[in-house]
Design a protein around this ligand. Structure first.
Ligand code: SAM
Length: 286
């Protein structure tokens, strides 16, 4: 197993929060979100990236937005599947301006839904949800995944839940903002903390380092654009489904499946791409 290094002294990653405005707009623009979650910044970023998206469509066979939508559709499906399997508590970390929590609560009022994000984004989301009329059992809670203890930690968030209920954690658009050593440390802590529940599952997307992919050089361009907008790196993790699965097992999860959007083309009505996809979906059970 790779050496897990200490996390950088600063755990303030709020520079990343701008990306939530962009994805929030993409979900809305494609009928997957409520207008309440649209911000002027999200709209402006959409127009600023339009030429880049057109370029990717021609060169890669799918735009950045297609890859975002694919992950979003599959993650929605995985959440629905877990709820059908009796998961009654859902924790969405780094929920940003996504309306998944709002929509899940509308469809499944019995589910307890907690949206965690950095304090600034969490306060903003709380305000937006309150304006929409928040239902009981829909909680917004400040959380910093890098905090190993204290009130903002994942551990503190989970300790406030009912530990007799099956619990699902989801992250979307988060893990590739961190280097692998840092995010693996988070995953290991998460796997340990999840053991307090009778059953617990984590679902996420991961963008892998597929050097052999026919569009890899364009992926590097997209990676630079995301890094530029968020003033940091956007490292890709693992170079095969097998190594990704093995990594999650080593981080403390008992059962792990890694799939690609193509695996859902027959069952989900979602945008497809003409070339192999660039994102993977991970379902990790404790
Ligand atoms: C690309 S956005 C994704 C938002 C949402 N999940 C979506 O897909 O639309 C990344 C999110 O990660 C949050 N974030 C960044 N650093 C974080 C941290 N250390 N702990 C928790 N959330 C963090 C940002 O505030 C932002 O909302």
């Amino acid at each position: 197993m790779e050496q897990i290094s200490d996390i950088d002294s600063t755990t303030d990653t709020s520079r990343i929060s701008i990306s939530a405005h962009y994805t929030g707009y993409i979900w809305y623009n494609n009928g997957l979100s409520h207008a309440q979650f649209v911000t002027p910044m999200g709209r402006a970023a959409y127009w600023a990236l339009k030429p880049m998206n057109a370029f990717m469509q021609v060169m890669v066979g799918a735009s950045i937005d297609t890859f975002l939508l694919q992950r979003h559709y599959v993650l929605d499906h995985l959440v629905e599947q877990a709820i059908a399997d009796g998961y009654e508590q859902v924790v969405e970390l780094a929920a940003g301006l996504s309306s998944r929590g709002y929509l899940v609560k509308k469809a499944h009022p019995h589910v307890h839904y907690v949206e965690g994000d950095l304090p600034g984004m969490s306060a903003r989301k709380a305000e937006l949800l309150d304006k929409l009329g928040r239902s009981a059992g829909h909680v917004t809670q400040p959380c910093n995944i890098l905090d190993e203890d204290g009130p903002l930690s994942i551990e503190a968030l989970l300790s406030g839940l009912d530990n007799t209920k099956k619990t699902l954690i989801i992250t979307e658009g988060l893990v590739n903002y961190f280097d692998l050593a840092t995010i693996r440390k988070v995953w290991s802590r998460m796997a340990l903390a999840m053991k307090q529940f009778p059953k617990a599952r984590y679902v996420t997307e991961v963008y892998p380092q597929l050097e052999q992919h026919p569009s890899y050089k364009y992926v590097k361009v997209a990676q630079k654009v995301v890094g530029f907008f968020t003033q940091g790196e956007y490292p890709l993790h693992y170079n095969s489904n097998e190594s990704m699965q093995q990594g999650f097992l080593e981080d403390g999860f008992a059962q792990v499946s890694v799939t690609a959007p193509e695996d859902y083309y027959q069952t989900l009505d979602m945008p497809t791409s003409s070339r192999p996809s660039l994102v993977r979906l991970v379902v990790a059970d404790c």
